[in-house]
Design a protein around this ligand. Structure first.
Ligand code: NAD
Ligand code: TYD
Length: 337
């Protein structure tokens, strides 16, 4: 049996990944280390927290002693690092915590992985490290890093540390750079669940700028299957872009949400743009598709319908989030736009 240390496994993508592993890979044990920040939520692991192959540990990836103990106690074979501060808008208000978790936290994990001679270290990065594209072209793995926000700068720094550990000391690592994820359990600070929540409450849908910024959307389960393939099949030192081949301007996504929920387009409200807002992301996933035979399982239209339906079917999950500190967050971020 393999034992993996998943960090950030109570967040959006991490919890989807943990669930996928527990359901589809019964020979794997998961130790899940999560600090439970505002974005970490044990309700994301509903039905799986007590699973026989799952150990949840509340703790910080910056805590080197704890990380070393977990690796020894549970005989960890590999680390998959999902833990991060993940929201661009928050990084524009308070960048410090992004450096602490995304850079120092990754460094702590890297030191432990090297010291304990782990089989593999998989760093979950983002396409945002490449910066912004014009109307043409896609990011490939050799596109130079050119991050524009404090969030993407912290993720790019972490990526460079990971490859430096491989180059200097032979750490067996992989880096994945995925496009925008959507799906069940996403915190409603990110665009798709925020718009769904607002539409459900007949509140204005705050579209930044002209709404023509383009993102490449990937259903979260498909990201998880890609990460699994990287963990189990990739050559050490390889970096993989992961995308859905689903480029959409934000406005089109917002309109699809309104159509699905049968709400009027008059709910759309244009608000002041995000400072330094990247205009377009597009991912060339050819390498992971050919080398690891990965491909997305759902189209954007199907994935979005499944996602909206999931939020409709889980009103308690959403209500527990939006009735708390979220109100304060929303007021601070949106009242002066
Ligand atoms: P999220 O914000 O939903 O979850 C992050 C999780 O990390 C939370 O559970 C939080 O409690 C935990 N965490 C934060 N700081 C921690 C610390 N110091 N120690 C331990 N745990 C800590 O994020 P997400 O959207 O699930 O993203 C997961 C990863 O995927 C991140 O590394 C992010 O950069 C990357 N990524 C996200 C997207 C996306 O569209 N959401 C796209 C590409 C890459
Ligand atoms: P987001 O989900 O924050 O992801 P990222 O910034 O990491 O790509 O935002 C996706 C897109 O939606 C981005 O172009 C910003 C835009 N957006 C809005 O128009 N309104 C919003 O309220 C939010 C949160 C995002």
């Amino acid at each position: 049996m393999r034992t993996i240390l998943v960090t950030g496994g109570a967040g959006f993508i991490g919890s989807n990944f943990v669930r996928m592993v527990l359901v589809e890979h019964p020979d794997v044990r998961v130790v899940n280390l999560d600090k439970l920040t505002y974005a970490g939520n044990l309700e994301n692991l509903a039905g799986y927290k007590e699973h026989a192959n799952h150990v949840f540990v509340k703790g910080d990836i910056c805590d080197g002693k704890l990380v070393a103990e977990l690796i020894e106690t549970h005989r960890i074979d590999a680390i998959i690092n999902f833990a991060a501060e993940s929201h661009v808008d928050r990084s524009l208000v308070d960048p410090g915590i992004f450096i602490e978790t995304n850079v120092n936290g990754t460094l702590t994990l890297l030191k432990a992985a090297l010291d304990k001679k782990l089989e593999r270290f998989v760093q979950i990065s983002t396409d945002e490290v490449y910066g912004s594209l014009g109307p043409q072209g896609k990011f490939t793995e050799s596109t130079p890093l050119s991050p524009n926000s404090p969030y993407s700068a912290s993720k790019a720094s972490a990526d460079m540390l990971v490859s430096a550990f491989g180059h200097s000391w032979g750490l067996r690592y992989n880096i994945t750079r995925c496009s925008n994820n959507y799906g069940p359990y996403q915190f409603p600070e990110k665009m798709i669940p925020l718009m769904i929540n607002n539409a459900l409450h007949d509140k204005s849908l705050p579209v930044y700028g002209d709404g023509l910024h383009v993102r490449d959307w990937l259903y979260v389960y498909d990201h998880c299957t890609a990460v699994w393939k990287v963990l189990t099949e990739a050559r050490p030192g390889a970096i993989y872009n992961i995308g859905g081949n689903n480029e959409k301007p934000n406005l089109e996504v917002v309109r699809l949400i309104l159509q699905y929920l049968k709400k009027p387009e008059s709910l759309i409200g244009y608000v002041k743009d995000r400072p330094g807002h990247d205009r377009r992301y597009a991912i060339d996933s050819a390498q992971i598709m050919t080398e690891l035979k990965w491909k997305p399982s759902v189209t954007f239209e199907t994935g979005l319908a499944k996602t909206i339906q999931w939020y409709l079917d889980h009103p308690d999950w959403l209500e527990h989030i939006v009735s708390g500190q979220y109100q304060e967050y929303y007021k601070t971020m949106y009242s002066n736009r």
